[in-house]
Design a protein around this ligand. Sequence first.
Ligand SMILES: C[S@@+](CC[C@H](N)C(=O)[O-])C[C@H]1O[C@@H](n2cnc3c(N)ncnc32)[C@H](O)[C@@H]1O
Length: 575
Amino acid sequence: MEPPNRPAKTLLPGPAWGGRVLTAVARTLPTLEAGNPSPASEMATLYAHLVPYEYRRAHGQFFTPLPVAAFMVRWAVTPQARSFLDPAVGTGIFLQEAVRIAPHLPRLCGYEVDPVLAEIARQVLATTGCFRPQIRREDFLRAEVPGPFDAIVCNPPYIRYREMAHSREVLQTFAQAFNLPLSGFTNLYGLFLVKIAALLAPFGRAAVLTAGDFLNADFGEPLKRFLLTRNLLEALLIFPPTQLLFGEPLTTTCLLLLSRGRAADAPVRLIRLSNFEAVSELSTVLARPAAEASGPGWIQTLRQPHALPPERKWRVFFLSPASASSPYLVPLSELALVRRGIATGANSFFTLTAAEVEQWGLEREFLRPCLAKASFAPFFDFTLQDFHCLAAAGKKVYLLYCEGPGSEALKRYLRYGEELGVPTRYLPRHRRPWFAPEKRPVAPVLVTVFSRTRLRFVFNRAGVWNLTAFHGIYPRFADPVRLRALMAYLISERCGDFLEAEARVYGAGLRKVEPRDVMALPVVDVRRLPPPVVEKLARLFEELCTAQRDQEGLPAVWARLAQVLEPYVTGDEQT
Ligand SMILES: C[S@@+](CC[C@H](N)C(=O)[O-])C[C@H]1O[C@@H](n2cnc3c(N)ncnc32)[C@H](O)[C@@H]1O
């Protein structure tokens, strides 16, 4: 599928506030103390303070924290390195670190398309006393870059396909030059990644910080294939979501460590970090021979390149091997069936508010209580009282559910639907009669289909029908205590991570799960847990529901839940 061809935002000319920003920089830089650890970070903070967020977001101007930048440069610059490139300089943190870590590197180059930032970077680097870095005020993707380079370090701009000036043209040039069937949805950082890989010298290394969406998104497939065919992937590190780097809420960060000249059978290290600080530990881990290992804030698993199929979603491979092998974890499909919600084909007609029901005089027998939007059920559970509140607030919570034109009132409403042209819509057109509902029993558990943040499970206490905003989960067992224990697991942080790994990621971090993704979710087998543990989990679920609604004590209950679940998730509890 091709994205809609929308008018792209122009990247240049420079902003009107450029002069003001440069004056502030010229005034502030000389006042920094001589031993300041990172003038580039100071200027990044100043820049972010003076330049509107919207502009920075549209141009992918977010800056790398010093510990991460230092780690990236230290990894990429080997003692043999003679040349260094940063293709998206910003305020110059990578060049600054390269000068600090390897003061005698003969060749230092950078590209920065924004004239104001290019000038700031020049001034920042001048404070290091090193005048060798050449910073070109140019678009890296179009520039004739005189490669190759021994070390490339980059935090490329995160800019969605729709917002790129020149997206189509550059995409086509890249597709031809690298014989790559790049999707029109490719984020700008994907193009940087390809060009960086192509500019790497034999035995060269690159460290590239990107969003993690390519790991699970369709547009990532050709990128992953490109990196694998060239056997460039030394390590992939993922950090928990942060708004810091991409201007998008809750975007997972991925750090790619690429090297040319890897042994054909060398495994790829997949490292999952719980925070940015944990990165400082990793220099020693990466210097050691590859092995499955973990330490404070990080877990490393290994995978042979051939065991990383580009068409698969890769997030799942980062889960700890212990989790994957716990005898208590089974795919949800063993415990439950997952089906998508009811598709009406015209929600505005098929769902009604309480006032509309009254106005048309529709009898209750032709209506079913329903949930049409994920936002209608924001808690861990959805109660009858929640339903009545939505109804009282004028939300469309009644689903028309009838087989034949029963009463006079119903006939009148169906005629109204015909006047609106509902029977000619795609789904109604294919139904007999056009208003016949999809048959579904009430699902005891629901899961949201789309989310920009985290996908969520909801316990359906009210017994309402769900439309397509939720998939319905139908347990294969009847015990209500076990069901609550399962709910406790489904809303746990561990399960959230597993679900994230199964989700597909679309533009702008939009996540989606299909019923089969949810069926594949590893869950604690509540049929095999000791009964006291099942009871404890069920109680904790009830406590969590109360704590969430009262906004009191949630973290403490959450921690107790993690404690109870952990041995069964990691497999430390022997069967
Ligand atoms: C995510 S920031 C990273 C800045 C800096 N390297 C850091 O890590 O703090 C990306 C930078 O790339 C610049 N940029 C955007 N598109 C570019 C292009 N086509 N060529 C070169 N630079 C570009 C942006 O202006 C921005 O300064």
